[in-house]
Design a protein around this ligand. Structure first.
Ligand code: SAH
Ligand code: F3S
Length: 481
């Protein structure tokens, strides 16, 4: 209030004006996991109340925000390069402010302000609601920072502004943080302890998306299967919950069922599943509801029991096979995908062969494969030497990628001469008279547009394929359309 009355504060009045007139422009971009993209939609929502409209044009921006990833060194280097680009633009537009969000902000904290002179604002993943205050500081010419991690924050009360949307698919975040402490992983340090979002707010968001024409949602979390709502608070404090809270708690399979029932025509996906937390009731719920997509992303990281132990992954190779067998039995038409790391410290040639043989057993539909990247502050960095030479890491990764390519090809070929159900998402990148969409199993399919439109659920005859993509012809609307 004081701000409005005090005429001497010219700059502030201008900002207030901009807030009322919606004239400030925000350029926001995201790197890394789906959660970051989802978080940027929360940030855009918070800032829209501050008079910011988003722009796709960096040169037009009053405020540039980059939502960053720390998962591997390369991800951080990519962000550093982007900061150089912003710097070049800032030379032309010195009033432009630059903020760093996400995991790098949390990991580097004030170091960011020291190392990168261009940065005015540093905000960790749990502090986005503080952005209006932090921006007020920046507007007054001071650097601003908030990297406090929270026990409660889930942003459940904020309606995301959908960015770069196709109007058909959307992310809905359900948990934040991770308690698993895999020894290679920086996420528990940058995103804090695990907490779950109120199921009512999740359902509200799902219903709202359906009413606005969305046809598919992906429930997001570092570790979705460990979702547990008991009235708020950290997952690890569940042991201290009251009997009443325990009796009425909602776990992941229940949440999945509630979502599937709330919108029986909405396609539902989820990611990521840690093998140690994926329970039979989740697989059974998937089988029970047609609208829950038949794809499980099940990162394994390594096929060697010794390395899994060093990684603090709390399952064995044998337990993983048992899980795979159960998935195949209960969901015979499902797809399974992986994350794998090549060259974790002390990994021997035999450990690597164990990874390849695990892949042979599972025959994943697709996967995301990386060489090990040592992350500061993690258990592996503190206790182990990054002792696998870069060329060995790269060679092992190449062997893993090659084997995955062969398996993907076998898997996609199995769809030849079958009919699959595809949700049309966008124009194919390769041809403007073809649509691109995904099957329930999360396999991309492309086909001629004909009379169909984005958001239609169609049956497609598969006539051809590459290792990753199905190629075919739409023969009509699906009965589920
Ligand atoms: N929550 C997920 C993983 C999130 S991180 C899970 O349950 O496993 C996404 C992937 O990045 C991981 O699965 C892992 O394969 C990879 N990754 C994480 N830290 C890494 C590191 N230090 N070096 C290389 N790859 C890493
Ligand atoms: Fe990272 Fe392991 Fe959690 S990979 S995000 S610590 S499940």
């Amino acid at each position: 209030m004081e701000k409005i009355i005090d005429e001497s504060k010219q700059g502030e009045n201008l900002i207030l004006d901009a807030k009322e007139k919606n004239t400030r422009k925000l350029f926001i971009e995201s790197y890394g996991c789906a959660m970051n993209f989802s978080d940027s939609e929360i940030v855009a929502s918070i800032l829209s109340n501050e008079g910011f409209n988003t722009t796709q044009n960096l040169e037009d921006a009053d405020l540039v925000l980059v939502n960053t990833c720390s998962i591997r060194d390369k991800a951080e280097q990519t962000v550093r390069k982007r900061l150089e680009k912003y710097n070049a633009v800032k030379r032309i537009n010195p009033k432009m402010k630059v903020g760093v969000l996400g995991c790098m902000a949390e990991r580097l904290k004030t170091k960011f302000l020291e190392e990168e002179k261009i940065v005015d604002l540093v905000v960790g993943p749990d502090a986005y609601k503080d952005l209006p205050n932090l921006l007020a500081e920046v507007d007054e010419g001071r650097d601003a920072i908030n990297v406090i991690l929270s026990k409660e924050e889930t942003y459940g009360d904020i309606a995301p502004v959908r960015l770069n949307t196709n109007g058909v698919t959307a992310f809905v975040s359900i948990t934040r943080g991770c308690d698993n402490m895999c020894t290679f992983c920086v996420v528990p340090f940058t995103r804090g302890r695990e907490r779950s979002r109120d199921p009512h707010s999740i359902i509200e968001e799902v219903n709202d998306l359906w009413n606005r024409g969305y046809k598919e949602i992906t429930l997001l979390g570092q570790n979705v299967d460990s979702y547990l709502w008991y009235g708020g608070g950290l997952k690890k404090d569940f042991v201290k919950a009251t009997e009443m809270q325990k009796a009425t708690a909602v776990n992941f399979s229940q949440l999945l069922e509630i979502c599937a029932k709330a919108q029986p025509k909405m396609r539902i996906r989820f990611s990521t599943s840690n093998p140690q937390d994926l329970t039979l009731d989740v697989i059974e719920t998937m089988a029970k509801y047609n609208n829950i997509c038949k794809h499980i992303h099940l990162p394994v990281q390594s096929g060697s029991n010794r390395i899994l132990k060093e990684m603090n992954r709390l399952h064995t190779r044998e337990a993983y096979f048992e899980l795979i067998d159960n998935i195949r039995r209960i969901l015979p038409n499902s797809a399974i995908s992986q994350d794998l790391i090549a060259g974790f410290p002390t990994e021997t040639e035999q450990d690597h062969l164990d990874t390849l043989s695990l892949m042979e057993y599972v025959k994943y539909n697709f996967g995301y494969m990386f060489t090990y990247s040592e992350r500061p502050g993690t258990m592996a960095e503190r206790k182990m030497e990054d002792d696998i030479p870069e060329d060995v890491k790269k060679r092992r990764l190449a062997e893993i990628v090659q084997l995955q390519r062969e398996h993907s090809e076998i898997k996609t070929k199995a769809y030849l001469n079958t009919t699959v159900e595809v949700l049309i998402e966008r124009e194919s990148k390769k041809s403007n008279d073809q649509w691109s969409g995904r099957t329930s199993q999360n396999i991309v399919a492309v086909f001629p547009k004909k009379q169909y439109k984005v958001g239609d659920l169609v049956n497609v005859n598969i006539t051809n394929c590459t290792s990753a993509t199905l190629i075919g012809d739409a023969i009509g609307y699906s009965e589920n359309n």
